[in-house]
Design a protein around this ligand. Structure first.
Ligand SMILES: [Zn+2]
Length: 270
C-alpha cells in the first residue's frame, strides 16, 4: 500500500484482561454509536446527531433504548480512572495507517473523522480495521487523577464486529498540525452529510511512547455496549491552547462521567 506508515507500540504476548474477557460480554450492537461505523448503525441507535441524549443528563442514557440499559446496569463501562502501576507484558500494538483523504463532520456530540479503508491495528494476533477517530473534551479517561484537556479515540473493528478503541490523551502544549487540518475542515453545519474532506494521517496524533493501559470496557456514549477492547496510551500528545479552545467552543463538554471498575484491573504495559 503506497504511503503506508507503520508504527509499533511494543509489548509482548499476554491475553490478560483484554481479549480474554472482552469477547464474552458483548451486549447489543457495539457499533451503534459514535464509536460505530455506518449511518445504518447510527439510525438503529436512535440516531447519533439526534438530540435524544446529552452529556448534561447522563443518568437518563439507560432509558434511551432497551439495549442502553447497560449504561446503568453494566459492570464493564467506560471511561475509568487509570493509575500508574508496575509495567507488565502486553500484546504489541502495531498499526498500519496510511495518510489519506477522510471525511470530517460534526455529529452533534463530537467531531468525527471517517477513515479511509485498509488501515489496520494489530493487537497481538488480533486484527482490527480503523473506522473513525473522534474527540472528547475534556478527556474521558483520567490518569493518576489528572483530567486532560482532550482525548482522541481511534475506533477499530474486527472482521467479526468486535471493537477496539485506541485512546490518546491530549495535553496543552505545541500545536498539532494534523489537528489543525481537521479543524480547518470542520463544517459549520452538523450531520454526516455535511462532511468536509481533510488530509488525515492518524500517526500524527499518536505519541512515540509505547506504554498503554489495557482493559475491557464499553462505548462511552449510548447504548454503552460492552465488549470494547480499550488501549489507552499513557503519554499524551499535545495541542495548542488555541486548538483546544476551538474544539471546546464547538463540542462543549462531551465527556462521560467516570464509571465503576466493578473489580476490573486495568493493566499497564509496554
Ligand atoms: Zn469516544
Amino acid at each position: 500500500m503506497p504511503g503506508l506508515r507503520q508504527w509499533a507500540l511494543a509489548g509482548l504476548a499476554a491475553c490478560l484482561l483484554i481479549g480474554c474477557s472482552a469477547d464474552k460480554k458483548s451486549a447489543g450492537d457495539p457499533a451503534a454509536d459514535d464509536h460505530g461505523t455506518t449511518n445504518a448503525s447510527h439510525a438503529a441507535a436512535g440516531g447519533h446527531g439526534s438530540a435524544h441524549w446529552s452529556y448534561a443528563q447522563q443518568a437518563s442514557w439507560a432509558v434511551q433504548s432497551p439495549e442502553a440499559a447497560v449504561c446503568a446496569a453494566g459492570k464493564a463501562q467506560s471511561p475509568i480512572a487509570l493509575a500508574s502501576e508496575a509495567l507488565v507484558e502486553l500484546p504489541n500494538l502495531v498499526g498500519s495507517y496510511a495518510p489519506a483523504e477522510a471525511a470530517v463532520f460534526n455529529n452533534g456530540h463530537t467531531i468525527q473523522i471517517n477513515a479511509a479503508p485498509g488501515q489496520t491495528l494489530n493487537i497481538g494476533a488480533d486484527v482490527y480495521q480503523l473506522v473513525q477517530a473522534h474527540f472528547h473534551a475534556p478527556s474521558e479517561h483520567q490518569l493518576d487523577g489528572k483530567i486532560y484537556p482532550m482525548e482522541v479515540h481511534f475506533v477499530h473493528k474486527s472482521e467479526s464486529g468486535k471493537l477496539a478503541v485506541l485512546g490518546a490523551l491530549i495535553d496543552e502544549g505545541s500545536e498539532n498540525s494534523q489537528i489543525a487540518q481537521i479543524q480547518a475542515a470542520i463544517p459549520k453545519e452538523q450531520g454526516e452529510n455535511k462532511a468536509q474532506p481533510a488530509a488525515f494521517d492518524p500517526v500524527a496524533m499518536l505519541p512515540d511512547d509505547q506504554t498503554y493501559f489495557a482493559y475491557s470496557g464499553s462505548l462511552t456514549t449510548p447504548p454503552c455496549s460492552e465488549g470494547v477492547r480499550w488501549s489507552v496510551l499513557t503519554r499524551p500528545i499535545t495541542a495548542s491552547a488555541e486548538q483546544i479552545a476551538a474544539f471546546k467552543k464547538i463540542l462543549g463538554e462531551n465527556a462521560r462521567n467516570l464509571q465503576d471498575l466493578h473489580g476490573r484491573e486495568p493493566i499497564l504495559g509496554s
